[in-house]
Write a protein that binds this ligand. Structure first.
Ligand code: ATP
Ligand code: MG
Length: 355
């Protein structure tokens, strides 16, 4: 029996279409939202100039300007815009520059503003650092730490599937980042997926993209795409119900199961069929029993970890803090798993760049 394609009662919480963004822009070319101001010179919280206002926890680099950056190449393309590898002309340091063209939707502006604020107030070795942000010529540009291994999605394309011991080590790092977001900053990521977990030659794994791409996806691209954010969305979010930290835990379990098996955990109901639109995918997520790791192929610890994350009732999922104590995460001694060599042998790292 073929599943019904997106029952009408499923509410994908799409942003309202086409609204004015003029309230976010000043005549002098500044993007503003509340106390946040971004222009060609950088980002600022105006309340910071008031006595007694709490400072952002992270000092921004006032020396960085867009004019000092030279584009080396485009390294990625997402729903919101391009990611470029750029070189600072004076210091020869490399960065990733994410450029998001502002469209006309108010929700897009709000999401960008939220992302910029989270960047200002978050500092953790398991989150990709943001050094400065600009608004210039109708686009917001964010200067990010360059992760020379690209994303877990890029790695997965190269290796097919990722062995359990490597996944255990990656998972520990992602959970530390998620635990910081959930328990220290009270932030729900809302867009955890393989392309938002970045890796580098030091064997580091970091979370990026705090919520922008989710809202940048408009109703047209939702209808036409079979890849993207909605694949990792929890059933309660698809239904449009209230959702919290546990929504990220669902995405985490799903993406680790995909990395272990090499394929997205849901498949079309008819064998040999392909997904034709994203509505079929979200329908499957809401209607089918939660996917499980095949027990013959994986350790009991991994199977139990996946099942502790992928529960249809969010209350049955463990928290990031609890999962850090899970047998699967504790099973692989950090010193015995060399992520740096694994990433390098997988051919996933950008070759050494000329300075
Ligand atoms: P979506 O728009 O649906 O979120 P996405 O996550 O693939 O999709 P982007 O966030 O624009 O889109 O990223 C595109 C790609 O750019 C990533 O998959 C990754 O390969 C690369 N990338 C992004 N940020 C960095 C970074 N800081 N360092 C190195 N590569 C990066
Ligand atoms: Mg991304």
């Amino acid at each position: 029996m073929k599943r019904g394609c997106l029952s009408p009662n499923l509410n994908l919480s799409l942003p309202p279409p086409e609204q004015s963004i003029s309230k976010f822009l000043t005549q002098s070319g500044t993007f503003k939202d509340g106390d946040l101001r971004v222009n060609k010179d950088g980002i600022q919280l105006v309340s910071q100039s008031e006595p007694g206002a709490p400072p952002p926890i992270k000092p921004l680099d006032d020396q960085l300007s867009l004019a000092d950056l030279e584009v080396v190449k485009v390294i990625g393309k997402g729903g919101g815009g391009n990611v470029q590898l750029v070189k600072h002309k004076l210091t020869c340091q490399f960065f990733a520059l994410k450029v998001i063209q502002l469209n006309t939707e108010e929700s897009t502006c709000r999401a960008i503003s939220q992302e910029l604020r989270i960047n200002l107030y978050s500092q953790c070795p398991y989150l990709v650092s943001c050094y400065q942000s600009f608004y210039h010529n109708g686009a917001v540009s964010i200067i990010l730490e360059f992760m020379d291994g690209g994303s877990l999605s890029d790695l997965l394309k190269k290796v097919g599937r990722i062995p359990e011991d490597i996944l255990g080590a990656i998972c520990k790092r992602v959970l530390r980042g998620l635990s910081y977001l959930h328990h220290e900053r009270r932030i729900i990521h809302r867009d955890l997926k393989p392309s938002n977990l970045l890796i580098n030659h030091r064997g580091e794994v970091k979370i990026t993209d705090f919520g922008v791409s989710k809202i940048l996806t408009n109703s047209t691209s939702l209808a036409n795409t079979v890849v993207g954010t909605y694949h990792y969305m929890s059933p309660e979010r698809i239904r449009g119900n209230s959702h919290g930290n546990k929504s990220d835990i669902w995405s985490l379990g799903l993406l680790f199961l995909e990395c272990a098996t090499g394929k997205f955990p849901y498949s079309p109901s008819e064998p040999g069929e392909r997904w034709t639109n994203v509505y079929e995918v979200v329908d499957a997520i809401v209607e089918s029993p939660p996917p499980r790791a095949p027990s013959g192929q994986f350790s009991p610890e991994f199977c139990s970890f996946v099942s502790d994350c992928i529960q249809k009732n969010p209350e049955d999922r463990k928290s990031a803090r609890e999962l850090l104590e899970h047998g699967f995460v504790k099973m692989y001694d950090e010193a015995s798993v060399d992520l740096s060599s694994y990433f390098s042998n997988a051919g996933s790292l950008t070759p050494k760049l000329p300075i």
